[in-house]
Design a protein around this ligand. Sequence first.
Ligand code: NAI
Length: 474
Amino acid sequence: MLNNRTYIFIYVLLWFIKEEIIINYDVIIIGAGPGGYSAALKAGKNGLTTLLIEKRKIGGVCLNEGCIPTKTLLYSAKIFDNAKHGEKYGITVENIQLDHEKIVKRKDKTVKILAAGIKSALKNEGVHYLEAEAKLVKDDKGHIGVWANGEEFSAKNIIIASGSSAILPPIEGALKMYSAGFVLTNREILDLNELPKTLVVIGGGVVGLELASYFNSAGAQVFVIEMLPQIGGNLDHDLATILQQNLQRKGVNFILNARVVEIKDGAAVYEQNGEIAELACDKILMSVGRYANISGMGLMEAGFECTSQGIVVNEYGETNIAGVYAIGDVNGQLMLAHTAYREADVCLNRILGIEDKVDYSIIPSVIYTSPETAGVGETEESAKKKGLEYEAVTVSMRHSGRYLAENEGGDGICKIILAKPSKQILGVHMITNYAAEIIYGAGMLIQQKTKVEDIEKIVFPHPTVSEIIREALI
Ligand code: NAI
């Protein structure tokens, strides 16, 4: 006869064996965008058995229908614009043409190369990659598992990185005209083989401005309808004004303080100052923001806490269910690819037992128009709102020799926000070529609590556009 103690021992042993059997992976990640694939790479690198599940394309929105495709298009537009206006630099080009179809093909090639790169990096790190739609399931014991491809997988840690989608607002006719292919989002517009003659862009945020900039350079007549009095959302007000003026000079039309109220077949109807107007066009780009992809994954049924912004997480990316994390756009904190990368690091560090947190105050934002804008930290507007004592130092980019050499007639600026009286750097904002490449350094200055007196210890290569920071502060 077995005594009670032996029964308990056998029961516990069986329970452990069962646990071993059902735990397939150390980490399962849902969604292979920048958040998901970088988490998978880090997990693999650290010897964790990892499964990455993606229902559409590896690389997510950023690689396939966002950051990378737009940058490819915008680079072609920049070459075209420079050649068109080459006389300023002593260059005359005749018969200059832009071949949109060829540009789209090059975009596809770039995406393909990068997708193959991610796939091979995942393979090198031993990450299992599964193309399937994943759902979260909760068993009677409250364990969360992942259902995909007709199989249930389980893991010690699950990371939800399911991203976001373009908002189709409840504007009359919007859904119908989207189905008809007249209204497009970032997904469809990047694959257009034919240029629209007239394009209406609804929303003058980042997506709207970058695509307005490309389609205008490519030859379309572009109208941006924005409901706020300025473009670029939280962009520093002076930068937004300069950017708008630059784009206007290139031919982009802005209709501000205007709200689109109806979309008809062949026109956008908007209200401005109490008046209703109609704008005929060939296509409409809907770029009024994005929503977190939280539906269709069984989140509510499994008991996850969500708001209209996304899955609720703490500072480590942990959801309300132990062992399950949410990173990237789906947690709605700051919908940017580079935020997702950082959140992936913090989440993996949490799993690995390393203390780490995202500092959202030093996440840069960039608009890749021509000229491009980049900023990090406090703007004058945010400093005022927080009641901070600050001073703003603004200098013309024309103080930089390299800027002047490369920007005939350029009107860029660099604005630095300093705390008063300490003169600690709180924010850096610039509208200039290379702004996107420089801004990470400015983020480090803020992170390291750099003061004006420390700047002269930094050696900026000369001549560079980045020297403007030294120029502004010394
Ligand atoms: P957004 O939130 O940046 O801008 C949307 C704009 O649409 C706002 O200015 C809003 O006032 C306006 N709007 C809303 N409803 C409207 C209406 N009915 N009529 C007229 N205007 C209206 O959203 P966007 O541009 O779609 O970008 C989505 C996300 O993707 C953002 O979080 C953005 O930061 C990110 N993203 C970042 C990029 C980058 O870092 N370069 C590139 C592309 C996207």
